[in-house]
Design a protein around this ligand. Structure first.
Ligand code: NOJ
Length: 531
């Protein structure tokens, strides 16, 4: 086996910069703030930090509306501070991954301002402009993922432009070679500055149907219960065959530099997802696997999705797992605090690169946002369906002090009321806190070839138990997770196994002798080294 790449053996940690650490008392996190917390990240034991967008932006979608791809928003700092951050991240032995948002720009981006100037603008074709449909309305039925039609009328030039998200986020025309070249230069700009790779926003949506066909209705759509765009199957607006060529081109740019990684944000069923590794593994290194975000939390469903994913992976395609991000409810809110600990073991013992979301290691839960403090444009556009993403984006909880040590003034989103006890300062001192559990898991993972590189083998179980083996030439670990409230006798002898307990989610087992059975308590997960 060739030496594993850092993005195969290491763990990725997502930082939402607005909410990690404020250094200049404006209530919003920034790059010097991140720099001041690198010690924490390194001690946690993660390999790479992924920063959500830091580029100049009107912040209509909190940085996912980019007005300049090659600079830093003053809210976050300066390019010089970014360069300093890169140096410091490396000094701490870690890597830095940037968010790349190629599908759309801000409507204030100079490219779009030029494009909307006139129908004959040299940049007109950089975006998706269309004449009205036969009835004078939008060109087709495509819907915005943030509510309403995806077409915005531009009175000055008498055409519509397409926006998959906000009208302030016009989609670029990725069929235009000039757009591609400009964007690949953006990648090189950051790669030359020492960035170790990119997480590419909505990678599977870059190319739209060249015949502009209507999307078909989705049977079973429940109006008033799910966001309006779920009423359609995005057949013609996502996962178009031609996007694979773009992915391969991006990969080639990333490959011009040593040891960099290309990660794709792709919400697709696994059988389609794996196409993004590329036909010759010349696509994304890691097409994000979001299965755990969407699965019912029970042993059978999870065992099935792991098997399905493992089976779908192409030969040589490296797996990965995501447990949380800035777009969905936090894991501790989705499954509760006890199961969140089981989920931590699952994430860090499955085969493939894990991605963690800041604060999940503390057991942070979603924070209730009073209506007058809602920030998320999705929530504002589509109210009443609890689609808001603010609850999982609240400031990192560092201390029990005012504003949780995040800032010295009221932050842009409220601090969780749980911060008095759920914070780094408190949890560092507790032997069984979520933070201590995560640190221990990360330590174990780093020290175990079976966990980082070993094979995955399911172990047949009944009821609420999920069990599997991770095996390397030198060692074999059994991971047994109780996803339910009833105790469970894990009879190792009947599985022709015996072993030594390395870790329990309850962090209270001292016995390291060789066991023939383990009495699993409610919501307990264990890692057993088989002997
Ligand atoms: C996916 C990002 O994760 C999300 O936060 C953003 O709103 C959309 N893409 C649009 O960029």
């Amino acid at each position: 086996m060739t030496a594993p790449k850092w993005w195969q053996s290491g763990v990725i940690y997502q930082i939402y910069p607005r909410s990690f650490q404020d250094s200049n008392a404006d209530g919003i996190g920034d790059l010097p703030g991140v720099a001041s917390r690198l010690e924490y990240c390194a001690r946690l034991g993660v390999e790479a930090l992924w920063l959500s967008p830091i580029y100049p932006s009107p912040m209509a979608d909190f940085g996912y509306d980019v007005a300049d791809y090659t600079d830093v928003d003053p809210i976050f700092g300066t390019l010089a501070q970014f360069d300093a951050l890169v140096t410091q991240v490396k000094r701490h032995g870690m890597k830095l991954i940037l968010d790349f948002v190629p599908n759309h720009t801000s409507d204030r981006h100079p490219w779009f301002l030029e494009s909307r100037r006139s129908r004959t603008s040299p940049k007109r074709d950089w975006y998706l402009w269309r004449d009205p449909g036969p009835d004078g309305g939008p060109p087709n039925n495509w819907l915005s993922q943030f509510g309403g039609s995806a077409w915005q009328w531009d009175a000055a030039t008498g055409q519509y432009y397409y926006h998959a998200f906000l009208s302030a986020q016009p989609d670029l025309n990725w069929r235009n070679p000039e757009v591609r070249d400009a964007m690949y230069e953006v990648l090189r700009f950051w790669l030359r500055r020492g960035v170790d790779g990119f997480r590419v926003d909505v990678l599977w949506q870059l190319i739209k149907d060249d015949r502009w066909r209507d999307n078909p209705p989705r049977p079973g759509y429940r109006a008033g219960h799910e966001p309006p765009h779920h009423s359609q199957i995005p057949l013609y607006t996502a996962d178009r065959p031609e996007v694979q060529q773009v992915v391969a081109e991006m990969r080639r740019v990333v490959d011009e530099f040593e040891e960099r990684v290309l990660i794709g944000e792709i919400y697709l069923p696994v059988e389609r997802l794996v196409a993004y590794y590329g036909a010759q593994l010349d696509g994304a290194h890691l097409p994000f696997n979001f299965r755990l975000l969407q699965s019912p939390w029970n042993a059978r469903a999870i065992a099935t999705l792991i098997d399905r994913y493992e089976r779908a992976l192409p030969a040589g395609g490296w797996p990965n797992w995501v447990l949380g991000n800035h777009d969905i409810a936090r894991i501790a809110s989705r499954v509760g605090p006890l199961q969140a600990r089981v989920a931590a073991v699952l994430l860090l013992t499955l085969r493939g690169t894990p991605t963690m979301y800041y604060g999940d290691e503390l057991g942070m839960t979603d924070t209730t946002i009073p209506p007058e403090r809602v920030q998320d444009p999705f929530e504002k556009n589509v109210p009443g369906l609890a689609v808001g993403r603010d609850p999982s984006r609240t400031p990192m909880q560092w201390t029990s002090g005012e504003y949780a040590g995040f800032s010295t003034r009221a932050p842009w989103l409220p601090i969780s009321s749980a911060s008095a006890v759920v914070n780094v300062e408190v949890e560092e001192r507790e032997t069984s806190s979520p933070l201590t559990l995560y640190r221990e898991l990360l330590r174990l993972r780093r020290s175990s070839e079976a966990l980082t590189l070993g094979s995955y083998e399911p172990v047949a179980m009944t009821g609420d138990l999920l069990a599997y083996l991770r095996r390397s030439p030198r060692s074999c670990l059994l991971i047994a997770l109780n996803l339910g409230p009833a105790p469970f006798e894990l009879d190792l002898a009947s599985l022709r196994m015996k072993g030594r307990l390395l870790l329990s989610t309850h962090m209270d087992r001292e016995d390291r002798s060789v066991l023939a059975d383990v009495a699993l308590r409610a919501d307990e997960g264990v890692i057993v080294e088989l002997t």
